[in-house]
Design a protein around this ligand. Structure first.
Ligand code: B12
Ligand code: SF4
Ligand code: SF4
Length: 412
């Protein structure tokens, strides 16, 4: 996930359009342009060449329920600190409000299924579990380039104008993908496909071209509720509803502040994102592992020891996570997450890693170092608490120290 303004929507240049000849400004030659099914077939062929596992088309007015549902989600406060979700809501919920000339929306999915059990790392509490999408090159960069290639072909062969989006603009990719028939929004709210399960990353091309549309996909969840039941932080108030404020993906990636004490133990050793609700979906049994080499998994990011991660300085953090989504959160937030995992590890030998961050410049890091020490070595933490409380200036860190004082002192 990236902020809407981090990567601007693109209008691919007319680089691939048939030349009007020798730099003249004559209008685009119309002969030889494709339309309808022929154009759609050409787009699908380019999408396959670019490594997309699925491509389908929806009309620009295909998500009439989205404005009301987005409004209800925001009114419930489920977006937490993601204030950008509450901006440009009319444009987000209706492609025509974002771009009045759009006629068709091409939705594309890139398979990112891995091999083996995506939750295997959860059995190793001394290691950090990084979600599957983040253990590889940032998909925004990879997919955006590929969308531009498909959109360039469309502009060249169909003559329409185009804009490409991957999680970078006010666009509701999941309802649009369902309307286009790529899959359906499961009870975990993520798009599930009958062919690829939960492991599709989405991208969108808006175009002024009228393309033949596909049938929307219907819900195939039935009575299943595996994704709802597995959630470690009870983030689903109801099926098809996610309270992001409780979701580990939000807490470890998007949330800039302190993480509430009641949610910390549920985070376990998930230090960046969470795949639990995706991984348990029975539709994953049809998913083949990802073929796209530019999205290849970086094996070196699987199973990193928490002690090693806690010891990374800023330069080492940047080098290790260069090009991946993890780098974008910055070292302080990342260390906050690592220290929570250390506190959850049940491994007293990791107390030294917490001790090493008690004087960290960032209150986010200091607070979780105090908490982790309190979990792994409560006696030492209680000994340090009185003196630390006298010198600590940040009230959140003070609160963490105060929670470690013996109950009798609290009562006095
Ligand atoms: C904000 C955001 C988040 C937030 C909020 C997630 C959420 N569910 O909204 C947080 C940070 C928590 C998050 C987490 C993750 N995200 Co995210 N996220 C987004 C983003 C930017 C916007 C999503 C959005 O519009 N949310 C607003 C709400 C209103 O939308 P909604 O969930 O679709 O809500 C609908 C339902 O509630 C539905 N509804 C309500 N009542 C009912 C009743 C019925 C019967 C039905 C059917 C539906 C229904 O209506 C609402 C509107 O249609 C999109 C990219 C994009 N621009 O679309 C990526 C995106 C959804 N994320 C993605 C991914 C991969 C993830 C993670 C898996 C990452 C990880 N491993 O940690 C997790 C998954 C957590 C989860 N269970 O959702 C992918 C999902 C791909 C897919 N196959 O769907 C997307 C599409 C990015 C991309 N380009 O690929 N994400
Ligand atoms: S990603 Fe994890 S924390 Fe978020 S809803 Fe799914 S299972 Fe729950
Ligand atoms: S786990 Fe079950 S309920 Fe959840 S999305 Fe998959 S099929 Fe639907």
């Amino acid at each position: 996930m990236v902020r809407p303004n981090q990567i601007a929507a693109e209008l691919p240049a007319a680089a691939e359009r048939p030349s009007a000849g020798h730099g003249s400004e004559r209008p685009l030659r119309q002969s030889g342009l494709l339309s309808g099914e022929a154009l759609k077939r050409a787009i699908a062929a380019r999408a396959r060449t670019e490594g997309f596992a699925a491509m389908r088309v929806a009309a620009a007015d295909a998500i009439p329920l989205a404005p009301g549902r987005l409004k209800a989600w925001l009114e419930a406060g489920y977006h937490g600190d993601m204030a950008w979700m509450d901006e440009r809501t009319a444009q987000r919920a209706d492609p025509r409000a974002l771009w009045s000339e759009v006629r068709s929306v091409i939705m594309l999915g890139m398979n990112y299924a891995g091999e083996g059990d995506p939750l295997a790392m959860l059995a190793h509490p001394d290691k950090g579990a990084i979600s599957l999408y983040a253990r590889r090159r940032d998909y925004h960069d990879v997919i955006k380039g590929k969308l531009k290639s498909v959109a360039g072909l469309l502009a060249a062969r169909g003559g329409g104008d185009v804009k490409v989006f991957v999680d970078t603009a006010p666009v509701m990719e999941k309802p649009l993908a369902q309307a286009a028939g790529l899959g359906w929004q499961g009870k975990h709210t993520v798009l599930v496909s009958r062919e690829h399960g939960s492991w599709l990353l989405l991208g969108a091309i808006y175009t002024t071209a009228e393309l033949p549309t596909d049938e929307p996909e219907r819900d195939h969840c039935g009575s299943c509720r595996r994704c709802l039941d597995i959630c470690p932080t009870a983030a689903f108030p109801a099926p098809y509803q996610l309270d992001a404020r409780r979701c580990i993906a939000y807490l470890t990636i998007e949330h800039p502040g302190h993480i509430d004490a009641e949610l910390r133990s549920g985070i376990g050793n998930r230090i960046f994102g969470c795949d639990d609700c995706l991984a348990v979906c029975p539709w994953n049994k049809f998913a083949e592992s990802a073929q796209e080499t530019r999205l290849a998994l970086k094996d070196e990011l699987d199973g990193l020891s928490l002690a090693e991660l806690a010891g990374l300085d800023d330069a080492a953090f940047r080098t290790l996570f260069a090009g991946t989504p993890v780098k974008r959160t910055g070292r302080d937030r990342f260390l906050r997450n690592v220290l929570i995992a250390i506190g959850n590890s049940g491994r007293p030998e990791l107390a030294a890693s917490a001790l090493a961050h008690l004087d960290a410049p960032s209150p986010l890091v200091r607070a979780m170092a105090v908490w982790a020490l309190g979990r792994l070595d409560p006696a030492q933490a209680a000994l340090l608490a009185p003196a630390s409380l006298r010198t600590e200036t940040d009230h959140q860190v003070q609160a963490e120290w105060a929670a470690l004082l013996p109950q009798t002192e609290d009562a006095a």
